[in-house]
Design a protein around this ligand. Structure first.
Ligand SMILES: [Cu+2]
Length: 226
């Protein structure tokens, strides 16, 4: 499973890249702004150049674009286009469930496939071992999990903040989203509904527990699964 990059890892990489870029460019722009403001501050009325901007008047100098402004425009375009194109790499990776060769969890597949059915206002998880869990998602550690998401009534949206994934739950449609569970067992927050689906929307959530393989097998048995 080492070859699969976790969804939250993809998110944090991209987030860090954008944050660093914003801090760097914001820092440079702020520095230039303050430097120019102090460097060219008018210290007496005689200092004010005749072509200085005046309230209520459009400064004609702004209409003559100096070459460095064009350079700024082009470099901004290059940065924004570059970031946009680069963002497609993780988005593309996320859009399809990675193929893995790991021990079978349901007697046939190489990943755990959980069917998710949204209902006003609960989450129903159907496991391949033939049982159903309501509002409680239990997953084994270090496993690729694919969610097949649909709805029993109105539009909902399935999302797990920790894993940074979200997908629409629509009646008659099956949407897929995947995660790679961490190797550390523990509580990983909640599944929340991200589509205003009625009066109980805000309480529509399910706990997410990641347990080791042995505990998972035990839980499956306790739920009546084979
Ligand atoms: Cu909902």
């Amino acid at each position: 499973m080492a070859e699969v990059v976790a969804t939250e890892e993809l998110f944090w990489r991209l987030f860090t890249l954008y944050l660093m870029g914003a801090l760097l460019l914001g820092g440079v722009a702020s520095f230039i702004l303050w430097y120019l403001a102090f460097r060219y501050k008018a210290r007496s009325p005689e200092d004010v150049p005749p072509d200085a901007p005046r309230p209520g008047l459009i400064p004609s100098a702004l209409l003559r674009t100096p070459s460095w402004s064009k350079l700024m425009l082009v470099s901004t375009g290059v940065i924004v286009t570059g970031l946009t194109l680069y963002s497609f790499i993780p988005l593309n990776y996320l859009s399809q469930t990675p193929v893995v060769q790991s021990p079978s969890l349901d007697g046939g597949g190489d990943k755990l496939v959980v069917w998710v059915e949204a209902r006003q206002f609960v989450w129903v998880f159907k496991y391949p071992q033939g049982f159903t869990s309501v509002n409680k998602l239990v997953l084994p550690t270090d496993t690729l999990v694919e969610f097949k998401v649909t709805s029993n009534d109105v539009w909902h949206a399935f999302g797990i903040p920790y894993f940074k994934v979200k997908i629409d739950a629509i009646p008659g449609v099956v949407n897929s989203v995947w995660i790679k569970t961490p190797s550390k067992p523990g509580s990983y927050g909640y599944v929340w509904c991200y589509e205003l689906c009625g009066a109980g929307h805000s309480i529509m959530r399910a706990s997410v527990e990641v347990v080791d393989r042995g505990s998972f097998e035990g839980w499956v048995k306790s739920m009546g699964g084979g």
